[in-house]
Design a protein around this ligand. Structure first.
Ligand code: CTP
Length: 398
């Protein structure tokens, strides 16, 4: 088996299973080997014989088949491939995978695998739109599962809407993109992003204007270069990216814990706008107005997450990058911040309100390293992220 070209294809039981035959044909044509796993209900729609004939491989169907287990146990099966593809992914299979159930061969393989998973959902529009499916989908995204489709269109059931499985050619393209390795393949990178919310009482909190756009763009750019990204995000405006491990947090303390749990890592990038302060003693019930007297809030300092990681004696990531949001003397303040916090690089940006950078789509940054500073032209946050990810890849490969 050539490295990087084997897919474990899980076919679950929906009418779109017939399209899996065409998918297998296209994958094989592109030089990709296919190890098929079928759920018992998939075998009601397409025969294991057709799947085996097209893939040229044995089809695995049962967790409790003695021959299957003897030839290739379910744990080994979960490790043979470079990518696990679930097409079609039915609502039922997604629900079981989101809950970590392992009640048949397909879900057991999904729970046991440490390779990336790509799902192509296929179901009726109402089932796709149902809050339960959407919740399961969000959970799977958080667990690092990537999705292709579903598309809008007319369905086998006669209805029209979202839920139609992506075309085999689209799925094949998505598979090819994921099997392509990049300069960051095999590198673990932690990215923090978004604001933190520090509670005042159960209904109020301290926050800031960070949208999470730059951190999200960075996670996408690192992922696209092949990195294994853990994305620790506060409550941001933008949705977290697919294909990365998402850890959602609210407060600076939660973010600090999530970052340390994500170590060891080759690099850690701190794009979050962490609140420097929290309320020393958040009220357990809503603070009521008390006549004309405004409440007095006592603040406490939050831990500096970046400085803590940059100054680790043991297990410090090889490259630690901070961001510096400044409103004046940008380079001087950011240079001082770099040495105070002990990080390798600081990406400084000017966040004066007239720049439109905070919450906007563009950024103008200066990269400050041990060897000096480099100002980049104003460009989209996506372009900044791509340039930074490439620089990280160059540095980690040195
Ligand atoms: N940072 C952090 N933990 C904090 C505060 C900041 O990890 N409690 C990180 C940010 O993610 C960023 C860098 O430190 O990468 C600088 O953040 P910034 O807000 O610019 O700096 P502060 O340390 O808060 O300094 P100041 O507000 O005084 O400019």
């Amino acid at each position: 088996m050539a490295p990087g070209n084997r897919v474990l294809l899980i076919i679950s039981g929906g009418i779109a299973a017939y399209k899996s035959l065409e998918l297998i044909r296209l994958l094989k044509k592109s030089g990709i080997d296919v190890s098929p796993v079928m759920t018992p209900s998939a075998a009601e729609f397409v025969t294991p014989l057709s799947v085996s004939a097209l893939s040229g491989e044995k089809v695995y169907t049962s967790l409790f088949d003695l021959t299957d287990e003897a030839e290739m146990g379910h744990i080994q099966l979960s490790r043979v491939a470079d990518l696990v593809v679930v097409a079609p992914a039915t609502a039922h299979l997604m629900a079981r995978a989101a809950q970590g159930q392992a009640d048949d061969l397909a879900t057991t393989v999904l729970l046991a695998t440490d390779t990336p998973v790509l799902m192509a959902p296929a179901m009726n529009v109402r089932m796709w739109d149902h809050p339960a499916t959407q919740r399961n989908c969000e959970q799977l995204v958080r667990d690092g599962v990537q999705f292709v489709g579903p598309n809008k269109g007319s369905m086998a059931c006669g209805e029209y809407g979202s839920g139609r499985m992506a075309e085999p050619s689209e799925i094949c393209q998505a598979v090819q993109a994921r099997l392509t390795t990049g300069p960051l393949t095999g590198k673990k990178i932690v990215v923090t992003s978004g604001p933190t919310h520090e509670p005042i009482d159960p209904v109020r909190y301290i926050a800031n204007r960070s949208s999470g756009a730059q951190g999200t763009a960075l996670a996408v750019a690192l992922r696209d270069l092949g990195a294994d990204v853990t994305f620790v995000t506060g409550p941001a405006d933008v949705a977290p990216p697919q294909g990365v491990r998402v850890v959602s947090v609210q407060t600076a303390f939660e973010m600090q814990l999530a970052v340390s749990e994500a170590l060891p890592a080759d690099a850690a990038i701190f794009a979050a706008a962490v609140s420097d302060f929290r309320i020393a003693q958040p009220n357990s019930s809503k603070i009521k107005k008390d006549g004309d007297a405004a409440p007095q809030l006592e603040f406490a300092l939050n831990p500096d997450i970046l400085a803590g990681i940059a100054q680790l004696q043991d297990g410090r990531p090889g490259l630690v990058v901070g961001f510096a949001a400044e409103t004046d003397d940008v380079i001087a303040h950011a240079t001082a911040k770099r040495s105070r916090k002990g990080c390798d690089w600081i990406v400084a940006n000017d966040v004066r309100p007239d720049t439109g950078i905070m919450g906007g789509t563009e950024n103008a940054v200066t990269l400050i390293t041990a060897s000096g500073s480099e100002s980049w032209p104003r460009m989209s946050k996506t372009a900044v992220a791509q340039a930074l990810a490439q620089r990280i890849a160059d540095t980690l490969s040195e």
